[in-house]
Design a protein around this ligand. Structure first.
Ligand SMILES: Cc1cc2nc3c(=O)[nH]c(=O)nc-3n(C[C@H](O)[C@H](O)[C@H](O)COP(=O)(O)O)c2cc1C
Length: 346
C-alpha cells in the first residue's frame, strides 16, 4: 500500500513503462498462482484447519503452538486484506492533482514535467529519494591557457532605464572587433562576483547555488585569439579550450542562423544540473532555465548599455553545440546562446 502511494505521489504510474512493468508482475503472479494452485490450496487447508489432528492424540504443548500459529496466520491474512482494501480506497479517494493525458495531441513532456514538479505537501515525500551529492561550486579547466581580463568596473554606460527602453534583438553586426575590456565587462555583468562575502554574483540564483557556466565563442575580439573559451568566474579569467575559427561550426549548430558567425562573440550559457538538483530536486530544471534567462537579460542590457547589439538564440542543435563545447549534454548542457557585436548606432 505504501509503495503504491509513493509511486502515485511521484507520478510514476503515468509513465507507460512503469504501468507495463506493474501489469507484467500482476500477470506473472497470477500465472505462478495458477501453476501452483494445488500447493496453495493444500497449504491454506493445512493452515486453517482448526483441529487438524482430531483423531490423533496431540500433546497439549504442540496443540497450543499450532493454535497460536493458526491465529497469527489468520491475523496476517486479515491485515493483508485490510491493507489491500485501504490502499484501494485511498487510491480512489485521494486527489490525484492535475494529471497529464499523454494520449491527447495537446500535451508534451514539458507539460508533464510542469505538473510533476509542482510543489505541494505530498511532494515533500520525494525528498526521501537520494538526489546525489553537491558538486563543486566552480568549474575550471586547469590545463587550459589562462587569459587575464581587464578590470570590468568603473565605466559609465546608459542608465538602466534607457538600456531597457532601447534594448532590441540585433542581428546585423558590423565587421569590427569588440574590445577586450567590453568582453570583460559583459562577462562581469552576466555572472561576475559582485559581493565578495558569500561570493554572490550579478545574476540571482536559487539558493545561491549557481548552476550556470559561460563559454564565449570568440570570433572577433581585439587582442584575443579566436576560439572557444570558458569563463572562470571566481578568478575573472578566460580559459582557452580550443583555438580556431568556429564561425561555421556555430552557424551550423545554430540551425544556419548566419548572424551567429557575424557577431563578435557568441556566449553559450550552460547548466550543471546537479549543483541545484541535490537541494531543489524536481524543481531543478525550472530554476536552471529561469537563471539562464536572468543571465541572458544581463547580457542583453549590458550590451545595450555599452552601445553594442545582442540577440538571444533558443533554436540550436543541442547535440552539435554540446559537442562543440565538449559537454556531455546530460550532467552539463548548453541552454541558451547570446550573440554580441558592434552595430550601427544613431
Ligand atoms: C528564449 C528566446 C529564444 C530566442 N531565440 C531566437 C532565435 O533562435 N533566433 C533569433 O533570431 N531570435 C531569437 N530570439 C529573439 C526574439 O526573436 C526577440 O526577442 C523578439 O523578436 C522580440 O524582439 P526584441 O528582443 O527586439 O524585443 C529569442 C528570444 C528568446 C527570449
Amino acid at each position: 500500500m505504501i509503495s503504491g502511494l509513493i509511486m502515485d505521489i511521484m507520478g510514476l504510474h503515468r509513465f507507460a513503462f512503469h504501468s507495463q512493468v506493474g501489469y507484467t508482475w500482476v500477470i506473472l503472479a497470477f500465472v505462478h498462482l495458477v501453476f501452483n494452485w494445488g500447493k496453495v490450496k493444500a497449504y491454506w487447508r493445512h493452515r486453517f484447519r482448526l483441529h487438524p489432528h482430531q483423531d490423533l492424540p496431540t500433546p497439549p504443548k504442540q496443540l497450543q503452538q499450532l493454535e497460536h500459529t493458526q491465529k497469527s496466520d489468520r491475523r496476517s491474512l486479515f491485515f493483508s486484506l485490510l491493507a489491500m482494501a485501504g490502499g484501494f480506497i485511498l487510491g480512489r479517494l485521494l486527489p490525484t492533482g492535475q494529471t497529464v493525458d499523454f494520449s491527447s495531441q495537446k500535451t508534451d513532456g514539458g507539460m508533464f514535467y510542469h505538473q510533476w514538479s509542482k510543489l505541494g505537501y505530498p511532494q515533500a515525500l520525494r525528498a526521501i529519494l537520494n538526489w546525489g551529492e553537491q558538486p563543486a561550486r566552480y568549474k575550471t579547466y586547469g590545463d587550459a591557457r589562462q587569459i587575464e581580463l581587464p578590470d570590468p568596473k568603473g565605466y559609465q554606460g546608459l542608465s538602466l532605464e534607457s538600456a531597457i527602453a532601447t534594448r532590441r534583438s540585433q542581428r546585423d553586426y558590423l565587421n569590427a572587433p569588440l574590445s577586450l575590456v567590453d568582453l570583460s565587462r559583459l562577462l562581469h555583468l552576466a555572472c561576475g562576483i559582485t559581493h565578495a562575502p558569500g561570493e554572490l554574483r550579478a545574476a540571482p540564483s536559487a539558493g545561491a547555488l549557481y548552476p550556470l557556466e559561460v563559454y564565449p565563442v570568440v570570433h572577433r575580439v581585439e587582442g584575443l585569439q579566436s576560439g572557444i573559451y570558458h569563463y572562470a568566474i571566481q578568478q575573472h579569467k578566460l580559459e582557452l579550450l580550443q583555438p580556431g575559427d568556429f564561425r561555421a561550426a556555430v552557424v551550423t549548430a545554430g540551425l544556419g542562423q548566419n548572424f551567429l558567425g557575424q557577431a563578435s562573440v557568441c556566449f553559450v550559457i550552460s547548466g550543471i544540473f546537479q549543483r541545484t538538483r541535490w537541494k531543489y530536486h524536481e524543481r531543478t530544471y525550472r530554476y536552471v532555465l529561469m537563471e539562464a534567462g536572468h543571465m541572458g537579460q544581463n547580457l542583453y542590457l549590458g550590451a545595450t548599455s555599452l552601445g553594442l547589439g545582442a540577440c538571444a538564440i533558443g533554436a540550436f542543435l543541442d547535440d552539435a553545440l554540446n559537442h562543440l563545447l565538449g559537454l556531455d549534454g546530460q550532467k552539463e548542457a548548453a541552454l541558451y546562446l547570446i550573440t554580441v557585436g558592434r552595430v550601427e548606432t544613431g
